[in-house]
Design a protein around this ligand. Structure first.
Ligand SMILES: Cc1cc2nc3c(=O)[nH]c(=O)nc-3n(C[C@H](O)[C@H](O)[C@H](O)COP(=O)(O)O)c2cc1C
Length: 368
C-alpha cells in the first residue's frame, strides 16, 4: 500500500512515504535556510512524495538551536524559496514545519528573555547556543499578550512559507515544545482560558490553526502531536483523554493531516522497549480523528506496510532512514537495502553525511 496514491489536502500524492521534519542545524548565520539545505531536500524529493521541512523558528523568542532556520523575518523567504523550487523541480510536495521552542531555549539564543512556557516548570535539557550545548535558561509563564503575539508570529511565519512557494505548513505541537507544553497538564498549570480543561489547554493550538488557516485554507495545514512523548520533560496525567479530545477538536477544521509520533521513539531517540505503552498513538487517535493520519517513529518498510494494511495510518514518515537514503521511496519500492545513518552528523556540520549519501545505483557503482 505504500505505493498507492492518496489525497492530502489539495494534493494527490503518488506514494505514502513521507520525510518528516529533521532539524540538522545547517542554516546560514542569519538563520536563512542555506543553499546546502536546499540541495539536501532536493536530493530527497520524489515525484508525488511529501517532504516536511525541519522546524523553522517563528520568532527570535522561539529560537533555541544555533543553525536552525528561521521564518521570522521576510529575509528568510529566499532560503525557503530555494527549497520549494528544488522539491518542485522533482514534482514533490513540500510543507514547512513551524515551531516555537518554548521552555527549551536559552537567553543567548532567544533575544535575552526568559523562555516562554504556559507555567514556570523547570526543565532539565540542553540546547545549542554559540557556547555549545547549554542547559536551558529558567523560564517564565506566558501572559495573555505573549499568547496573542505567539499566534500572530505563527501566522506571519506561515505567510512567509507560502510566499516562498511552500505547499503547506505543519504546526509543531509535539516533543515538548511550546504548543505541546500547553496541551499537557504536566507543564500547563494555568487557571485562565489557556489552562485547566483539555479545551482550555488546546486553545492556543486551535487559535493558531484558525489564524494560519485564514491564509490559504486549513487543507494546507498539518498538525504534529506526540501523545506519548517525554522529550523536554513533558507529561500528562491522562494522555488518552487529552489527546483523544484534541483529535476530536481538530476534526472541525478539515486539516491536511494529523502527524502522530509513536511512543516507541522519544524525540529523536529510540524507545523500542516501550512499544507496549498506551496509547499506541496512531491506532488510538484513528478512533477520534476523521482525516488523514501520518504515523512516525521507528518504521521500516515492513512495519510501514503493516500499519497501512491494518488501517491505523494513511501515510508513514521515515526520519533517520531519510537522512542517509536520499532515494528512500525508490529503495522501499524495490526492496533494496538501506544505508545506515550517521548520528554524529545529525546536528550541525557541513556536506559530510548530509548531501553526500548517494542514491542506490550510484552507491552500487562505487562499490563495484
Ligand atoms: C536529527 C533529528 C532531528 C529531528 N528534528 C525534528 C524536528 O525539527 N521537528 C520534529 O517534529 N521532529 C524532529 N525529529 C523527530 C523526527 O521527525 C521523527 O519523529 C523521529 O526521528 C522518529 O522517526 P524515525 O524513527 O523514522 O527516525 C528529529 C529527529 C532526528 C533524528
Amino acid at each position: 500500500m505504500l505505493f498507492s496514491p492518496i489525497q492530502v489536502g489539495p494534493f494527490e500524492l503518488k506514494h505514502r512515504v513521507v520525510m518528516p521534519p529533521l532539524t540538522r542545524l545547517r542554516a546560514d548565520p542569519d538563520d536563512t535556510a542555506s543553499a546546502l539545505m536546499a540541495e539536501h531536500y532536493t536530493q530527497r524529493a520524489s515525484n508525488g512524495g511529501l517532504i516536511i521541512v525541519e522546524s523553522a523558528m517563528i520568532s527570535i523568542e522561539a529560537r533555541a538551536y544555533l543553525g536552525a532556520p528561521g521564518l521570522y523575518d521576510d529575509r528568510h523567504v529566499a532560503g525557503y524559496k530555494r527549497i520549494a523550487d528544488g522539491v518542485h523541480s522533482k514534482k514533490g510536495i513540500v510543507f514547512a514545519q513551524l515551531a516555537h521552542n518554548g521552555r527549551a531555549s536559552h537567553v543567548d539564543m532567544n533575544g535575552s528573555v526568559p523562555p516562554l512556557g504556559p507555567s514556570v516548570v523547570p526543565l532539565d535539557a540542553t540546547v545549542l547556543t554559540p557556547s555549545g550545548w547549554t542547559q536551558v535558561s529558567p523560564g517564565r509563564a506566558a501572559t495573555l499578550d505573549d499568547i496573542q503575539r505567539t499566534i500572530r508570529d505563527f501566522r506571519d511565519a506561515a505567510r512567509r512559507a507560502f510566499d516562498a512557494g511552500m505547499d503547506g505548513v505543519e504546526l509543531h505541537a509535539a516533543n515538548g515544545y511550546l504548543l505541546d507544553s500547553f496541551l499537557q497538564d504536566g507543564t500547563n498549570h494555568r487557571s485562565d482560558l489557556y489552562g485547566g480543561s483539555v479545551e482550555n489547554r488546546a486553545r492556543i493550538l486551535l487559535e493558531t490553526i484558525h489564524a494560519v488557516a485564514s491564509l490559504q485554507g486549513a487543507d494546507r495545514v498539518g498538525v504534529r502531536l506526540s501523545p506519548s512523548g517525554e522529550w523536554n520533560g513533558i507529561s500528562d496525567s491522562d494522555p488518552e483523554e487529552t489527546f483523544g479530545r484534541i483529535a476530536e477538536m481538530l476534526n472541525r477544521y478539515g486539516l491536511a493531516y494529523l502527524h502522530v509520533i509513536e511512543p516507541r521513539v522519544n524525540g529523536d531517540d529510540d524507545h523500542a522497549d516501550r512499544t507496549d505503552r498506551r496509547p499506541v498513538a496512531s491506532a488510538f487517535l484513528r478512533k477520534h480523528f476523521d482525516g488523514v493520519i501520518i504515523a512516525a517513529g521507528g518504521f521500516d518498510g515492513v512495519g510501514a506496510e503493516a500499519i497501512l494494511e491494518h488501517g491505523d495510518a494513511d501515510l508513514v514518515a521515515f526520519g533517520r532512514h531519510f537522512t542517509s537514503n536520499p532515494d528512500l521511496p525508490e529503495r522501499l519500492r524495490l526492496g533494496l537495502p538501506l544505508t545506515r545513518y550517521d548520528r554524529s552528523a545529525f546536528w550541525g556540520g557541513d556536506a559530510r553525511s548530509y548531501t553526500d549519501f548517494l542514491p542506490w545505483r550510484e552507491d552500487e557503482a562505487v562499490a563495484a
